[in-house]
Design a protein around this ligand. Structure first.
Ligand code: FES
Length: 208
């Protein structure tokens, strides 16, 4: 399933949760059912057998990142979950070292990610982050907060993800801070680069 028509987003203010969820769903639907693709997919799906439908629902999702600017994120849906694809700036990458002393699982030893993403960036390419956008506490979707030291998150905030449900904080690699309810880092799904500008979410290197 390809996801080419994606509206990038550059962070969001800490509004109410319902509004945030509504926005997330809108974005996911916008990606998965983009333009004429939806009209073509529905008759096809209705003619599928239950096993074919189950297979399609779990299928990898290809994402075009050719128009993604540094600091922008796109959201796609994979297996019913929001998956973020974020192009990090050099400043955001530099922030990862600065926050290490405040993190609970710095080396991601207790967190979920493929082996190729078990590194300081939690990614294959440092600048491209691919991450399941679901809080590891109770499943809310954290906000993308790339700003440095915003008023509501404090002077120490170096950019990352904030879950407004119960206040969990994650750095820009999805690593959880100490002293918040979320027990582990955000999950990294399997993925690989089909080309420099196309990422396949949901499959490991070439084994779709
Ligand atoms: S669901 Fe994220 S902090 Fe509780």
């Amino acid at each position: 399933m390809a996801a080419d028509h994606v509206a990038p987003d550059q962070g969001e203010s800490p509004d109410g949760v319902d509004k945030k969820r509504r926005r997330l769903l809108t974005q996911c639907v916008g990606v998965v059912g983009a333009a004429g693709a939806a009209a073509m997919v529905i008759p096809l799906v209705s003619s599928m057998s239950p096993s074919e439908r189950a297979k399609a629902a779990g299928a990898p999702v290809e994402v075009d990142i050719s128009k993604l600017e540094p600091g922008q994120r796109v959201i796609v849906e994979w297996r019913g979950k929001p998956v973020w694809v974020l192009k990090r700036t050099q400043d955001l990458l530099d922030s990862l070292k600065a926050v290490e002393g405040d993190l609970r699982d710095i080396a991601s030893d207790k967190s979920d990610q493929p082996d190729y993403a078990k590194n300081e960036y939690r990614s294959i390419k440092p600048e491209i982050l691919v991450m399941v956008g679901i809080c590891t506490h109770l499943g809310c979707s954290p906000s993308f907060r790339p700003e440095i030291a915003p008023i509501d998150l404090g002077d120490d905030w170096q950019g990352g993800f904030f879950c407004p449900c119960h206040g969990s904080k994650f750095d820009i690699a999805g690593r959880v801070y100490k002293g918040v309810p979320a027990p582990t880092n955000l999950e990294v799904p399997p993925y690989y680069f089909v080309t420099d500008n196309r990422v396949l979410v949901g499959a490991d290197g070439g084994a779709a």
